[in-house]
Design a protein around this ligand. Structure first.
Ligand code: ATP
Ligand code: MG
Length: 424
């Protein structure tokens, strides 16, 4: 048969080269089982589970979530926890807005309400997971409250005060009021421990940090972090919600959130030690910090959060930090500044990034800090409600989150109003 003018002979090639003539074919999903999240750009079901993906497809489980007001970030977190509960994953949430009550109810648990004089105390200095944790927390909290770095005298003062309080409390747990007392009325051993000239000199040098810690135990914040942890808290429930909405307007909220996280971490470390002794794996846990910018806006506690992010792999924990945009993490800080280092650390340790719609002014940062391509960065400015760019390890996916009829009540934030009315 005669060939027509425009026809060309067929081209032979291997299947390895075949992908280049199929430019519009993309990956449908992560290629691993997981919890259903929603629909990807190709219309298929999209699943995700950091522990299944680790380590072959994902270096670590932490997640950073970015999204403007009402972009449906919390809805994703709530349904994710709800769906993961089926697989036996536990979740702990720092609930700043008091919006996790419907989810708690759906999972048959009661949130733990932290309110001044409310009857529930958490001890952030609990040494259950080791002695190093309380000291780093004290340093961070004091720095954040004083809004400056600690002087060498103050730093050493906290160390020797904690040592003496540890010794004096015996089998009991050290507490913040004990620390305040020791700093304001130093014992001789503390004076010698830092080679101060006198007790008065020691007390004078440490007065500011003592008062900063006292702020967490007195006045409008009393009764939450100023004693041993209350008995009877069910920490093995599928969901543990710490409701901080009673103090959501406090200027110290970021510091209070960090106290809660420190307490949680001590429990997790203790659990891990117990699991190791019994030769079993630590249970998988999702730990959510909603309104993360309240923590990251205090540089001292932001550093603490970043350090605790690193611990996750060893503890079997997926940390999820929710913020509005990268600048909330201090990512716009000058290169090499403390702010920029914290942002780099948090971003570097979050191997999953979920990016909801972003304003145009964030594009450069998204490209330089998260490594988004120009097309991906542009895409983030046009995302619809509930639609997010998921960056899982080095792969990215466009996913529309889906909420079932049953879950609607769980994600509906106006329930907050109903709950308040019921409580009243
Ligand atoms: N699939 C959905 N269909 C309809 N409404 C939805 C859907 N998902 C979430 N919503 C509603 O959108 C509202 C806002 O969602 P959500 O609280 O998750 O946003 P957010 O990004 O966490 O907001 P904020 O910035 O205030 O924390 C909620 O009242 C929720 O009921
Ligand atoms: Mg929210």
């Amino acid at each position: 048969m005669r060939r027509r003018a425009a026809e060309r002979p067929g081209h032979g090639g291997t299947t390895a080269h075949f992908q280049s003539v199929y430019p519009f074919l993309g990956q449908g999903g992560l290629g691993a089982p997981g919890t259903y999240i929603g629909r990807d750009a190709y219309g298929g079901a999209w699943m995700y589970d950091p522990w299944v993906l680790y380590p072959a497809h994902l270096p670590g489980p932490n997640m950073l979530m970015l999204g403007g007001l009402s972009s449906r970030k919390s809805s994703l977190v709530k349904t994710y926890i709800y769906r993961q509960a089926v697989f036996g994953r536990q979740a702990w949430v720092l609930d700043v807005k008091g919006e996790y009550w419907p989810l708690a109810r759906a999972l048959g648990v009661q949130p733990i309400t932290l309110a001044p004089g409310g009857g529930v105390r958490l001890n952030p200095l609990s040494p259950r997971g080791g002695r190093e944790g309380p000291l780093s927390l004290l340093r961070s909290v004091a720095q954040a409250a004083l809004r400056r770095e600690l002087s060498p005298e103050e730093d050493a003062g906290l160390r020797v005060a904690l040592e003496i309080v540890d010794e004096e409390s015996g089998a009991a747990e050290p507490t913040l009021p004990m620390m305040v007392d020791a700093l304001l009325h130093p014992r001789e051993a503390m004076v010698q421990g830092v080679s101060a000239t006198s007790r008065e000199d020691f007390a004078e040098a440490n007065r500011s940090s003592a008062l900063a810690l006292q702020r967490l135990c007195a006045g409008d914040l009393r009764g939450m972090f100023d004693g041993p942890t209350s008995e009877g808290l069910d920490l093995d429930a599928p969901l543990v919600v710490l409701d901080l909405s009673a103090v959501r307007d406090s200027a110290a909220l970021g510091i209070l959130m960090t106290c809660c996280s420190a307490w949680q971490q001590s429990i997790l470390l203790e659990r891990k030690q117990a699991a190791e002794q019994e030769g079993r794996e630590s249970p998988k846990l999702i730990s959510v910090v909603e309104e993360g910018w309240r923590v990251t806006s205090h540089i001292g506690v932001a550093e603490w959060l970043q350090a605790s992010f690193k611990l996750c792999r060893a503890l079997g924990v997926q940390n999820i930090v929710v913020v509005h945009r990268l600048t909330d993490l201090g990512a716009a800080g000058d290169a090499g500044s403390r702010e920029a280092r914290i942002a780099e650390g948090l971003i570097g340790d979050a191997d999953t990034k979920v990016i909801y719609r972003q304003p145009h002014d964030q594009q450069e940062l998204l490209r330089s800090r998260l490594g988004l391509s120009r097309t991906e960065a542009e895409l983030t400015t046009t995302l619809r409600l509930g639609e997010a760019l998921w960056m899982v390890g080095r792969r990215s996916f466009l996913v529309q989150h889906r909420v079932s009829q049953v879950e609607r009540e769980v994600v509906y934030t106006d329930w907050r109003m109903v709950e308040r009315r019921e409580a009243a």
